[in-house]
Design a protein around this ligand. Structure first.
Ligand code: RNT
Ligand code: ZN
Length: 408
């Protein structure tokens, strides 16, 4: 099947061997929080901040050991170059509060990431599920004590990120997302944003190595219970990032349903060296459904591949489903991302761009349709084979569910 597929793609000027080779090296950062419904290990208990996991499927990882075991199992079923994306709330054995976290609370994660042969570790300050989220606010709080606490937390995270980068020999993306906002019509939209700006300035005043630590800000349009106003909006963060030479992180669940992140990627690539992504699947709202091999995902992958931006766009996953087997959710989403990248790598973009420039939109449309029925599945299968994997990951996961998860 692969040999036939190879010939078929060659007719379009596409080299399947080159595509497979390239795909293997495109890193995908996999979020640790799919395994435990975003609860974390530092005692937060319940999830807050306008985000929500739904479902009660048995087998949630309840502690570090279980989470590690699940990650190990799931990651072994994922092809390609993998990174681990951690939240600060996954500190191990911390007896201090989040403003005092240190690299030592994450040494176990580094050991684990090395053991799994991962490319690197990415990091996120956790500014939700904590008593210091006061009236729904963190870095934009009018309460100086609260605002400072979170500034200190972020500063601590930069230090930890540098430690990750040094240990892993690969950059560490530090993504700042805050839940701050209001349920109903605010009386003042500017002051919270000015306080957020001040907080970010304070955080970034810390000396850190920009080659090793990439700081990103993640905007959002609304959250549950925070419907009327979000402090960290798209315009706010894009301007902040541009003026302060940091990175924007685009989460494709964080925009109005008719806005597409695939279109935003090239807009930002015109100005930034790097663009970070949280790939998710919003169904009617920012519901964080498992990522699937769907049209918008393919469009996102095309923008990364055809703009030669596989090193500029930092791909991370961000979804959490508690209604199905959590390992299956992990693997399905990661494989969907890889499939989309492969799909994009199996297109002769040069030819299509020329058709666009010549305004031959008729041929462009027809060609784009033809690609949809080329033997993509055969190339995917071959890629998995070369990664010592098969299309079937469910049998393995079902076995693990029976032997491990069902006992929790
Ligand atoms: C929330 C943001 C944020 C979180 C994670 C857990 O809407 O997408 O990135 O999902 O940090
Ligand atoms: Zn996100």
């Amino acid at each position: 099947m692969y040999e036939l597929a190879k010939k078929e793609y060659a007719k379009y000027g596409v080299d399947t061997e080159a595509a497979i080779k390239k795909l293997k090296d495109i890193p995908v950062s996999i979020h640790c929080w799919q395994g435990d419904d975003v609860i974390g290990l530092d005692g937060g208990g319940a999830l807050s901040g306008g985000i929500q996991t739904t479902g009660n499927y048995p087998g949630r990882a309840r502690n570090f050991e279980e989470l590690k075991a699940d990650i190990k199992k799931a990651f072994a079923l994922m092809p390609g170059t993998r990174r681990l994306n951690l939240h600060a709330s996954y500190a191990v054995g911390a007896t201090v509060d989040r403003d005092k976290y240190e690299p030592k609370h994450f040494t176990e994660w580094v050991k684990f990431a090395k053991e799994l042969g991962l490319q690197g570790i990415d990091f996120n300050p956790t500014m939700f599920s904590h008593k210091n989220v006061k009236d729904g606010l963190t870095l934009s709080s009018p309460d100086e004590h609260i605002r400072k606490f979170w500034v200190e937390h972020c500063k601590a995270c930069l230090k930890i990120a540098e430690y990750f980068a040094n240990e892993m020999g690969s950059h560490c993306l530090v993504n700042i997302w805050i839940p701050d906002g209001f349920k109903d019509i605010p009386a003042d939209r500017l002051s919270p944003r000015l306080r957020l700006k001040k907080s970010l300035d304070e955080i970034l005043s810390v000396k850190y190595d920009k080659k090793k630590v990439v700081v990103a800000v993640e905007s959002k349009v609304f959250g549950i219970g925070v419907e009327s106003y979000t402090v960290g909006s798209n315009e706010f963060y894009q301007n902040y990032a541009a003026k302060n030479d940091i990175c924007c992180l685009l989460d494709n669940g964080h925009y109005h349903p008719l806005e597409y992140v695939s279109d935003k990627i090239p807009a930002l690539l015109a100005f930034y060296d790097r663009v970070a992504l949280h790939v998710t699947r919003g169904v009617r709202w920012d519901s964080d459904h498992v990522v699937l091999f769907e049209d918008e995902l393919k469009e996102i992958a095309k923008e990364i591949v055809r703009n030669d931006a596989t090193e500029k766009v930092l791909i991370g996953l961000d979804y959490f489903d508690a209604s199905i087997n959590r390992l299956s959710a992990w693997v399905t989403g990661q494989r969907a991302m890889q499939k989309a990248l492969l799909y994009a790598l199996l297109i002769n973009h040069g030819e299509l761009k020329t058709l666009q420039d010549k305004a031959d939109f008729t041929t462009l449309m027809v060609k784009q349709e033809e690609y949809k029925t080329l033997p993509f599945g055969a190339v995917w299968k071959e890629y998995l084979k070369r990664e010592n994997l098969s299309e079937d990951y469910l049998t393995e996961i079902k076995k693990y569910e029976k032997e491990e998860l069902s006992k929790r």
